[in-house]
Design a protein around this ligand. Structure first.
Ligand SMILES: Nc1ncnc2c1ncn2[C@@H]1O[C@H](COP(=O)(O)OP(=O)(O)OP(=O)(O)O)[C@@H](O)[C@H]1O
Length: 305
């Protein structure tokens, strides 16, 4: 197997009395789009800053392409494009000035890619950055990260300020990056932001990775809302005992419950034991499935952690 693009083992990070990370293990393989999910304060930004060599892990092993993320950070910066959550730009310089400066640092001259990328994201490179909205600053940071054609993109909540059409183009850019052999780590506090692009997700809760899952596996667990009207009295226990079925409620002979795909067949067989008047079954949003499985483990991931 090839060397992972990212490998974290037992990573802890202490800020004085606060321990932000308590033994993070994470592996991202080449060609993956990995969604790093967690509530505010869970430690996502801290992990990303450690990966970028901007701060040092208190303990543990952190490697990019098999190289130590802290000791080899200068060399690694040339291979990684990073978009932080709070983009810092020179206020008086235009987007094009930033492009030219970074192009010069990377020995790229005047990178034509940047103009094309800006066009795709509908960004005007001629304006001084102090005039740019939050979304446009994010777009410029993305252009700057992508124009050097990095092997890995590390993105901290990258699309939160982008409108839906631009988000679609942004996802297409990520897909192009992966087609060309690149990899992506993107953090977010909502699944909906990463579900269209990520192939795997890791869930960070209060400084610990509590789950890593293929997105397809999460889809297979996808909850269905089931509602059944019976012709007479039934007992909740008849349905709550079906494995996987959750949140069983009975109101006036109407059953409401949630069931993952795998539980639908046994649940329907149980329902069929009673006279049914009406029935509906609708698939929940993936975000809802995600919250149902991980909300409990994500509680307590606040800034007070
Ligand atoms: N420089 C610092 N000094 C002290 N505490 C810090 C520092 N940076 C982060 N923390 C603390 O570490 C924890 C994790 O913060 P971090 O910013 O990594 O979380 P996050 O998951 O990125 O949250 P958000 O989604 O709100 O950006 C928080 O409790 C935060 O207050």
């Amino acid at each position: 197997m090839s060397t992972p693009v990212i490998r974290c083992e037992g990573v802890t990070k202490r800020f004085g009395a606060t321990e932000a990370l308590h033994g993070v293990d994470l592996v991202v393989e080449q060609g993956e789009v990995f969604g790093y999910l967690g509530p505010n304060g869970a430690g996502k930004t801290t992990t990303l800053r450690i990966l970028m060599g901007l701060t040092r892990a208190t303990t543990g092993r952190v490697e990019l392409f098999g190289l130590d993320a802290w000791r080899r950070r200068d060399e690694l910066h040339r291979r990684v494009g990073y978009v932080p959550g709070d983009v810092s730009l020179y206020p008086r310089l235009t987007g094009q000035d930033h492009v030219d400066y970074l192009g010069h640092l990377h020995g790229l001259g005047r990178p034509a890619d940047a103009v094309e990328l800006a066009k795709r994201l509908e960004l005007d490179l001629a304006r001084p950055t102090r005039q740019l909205s939050r979304g446009n600053r994010q777009k410029l940071a993305l252009v700057l990260a992508l124009m050097t054609r990095p092997e890995l993109l590390v993105l901290d909540e990258p699309s939160s300020g982008l409108d839906p059409l631009v988000q679609r183009e942004f996802h297409a850019l990520l897909a192009d990056h992966v087609t060309q052999g690149g990899s992506v780590l993107l953090s977010s506090h909502v699944l909906s932001e990463v579900q269209r692009v990520a192939t795997r997700i890791g869930v960070l809760s209060a400084g610990r990775v509590v789950a890593v899952e293929e997105l397809d596996a999460l889809r297979a667990k996808s909850l269905h809302h089931v509602e059944v009207q019976f012709d007479g009295e039934v007992q909740a226990a008849a349905f709550s005992t079906v494995p996987g079925v959750r949140d069983v409620r009975l109101e006036d002979h109407v059953l409401h419950c949630d069931a993952p795909q795998a539980s639908l067949d046994p649940l329907l067989k149980r329902i069929a034991r009673y006279p049914v008047v009406d029935l509906s079954c609708t698939e929940a949003e993936l975000e809802e499935t995600f919250m149902a499985y991980y909300a409990a483990s994500s509680e307590g991931g606040s800034d007070a952690a």
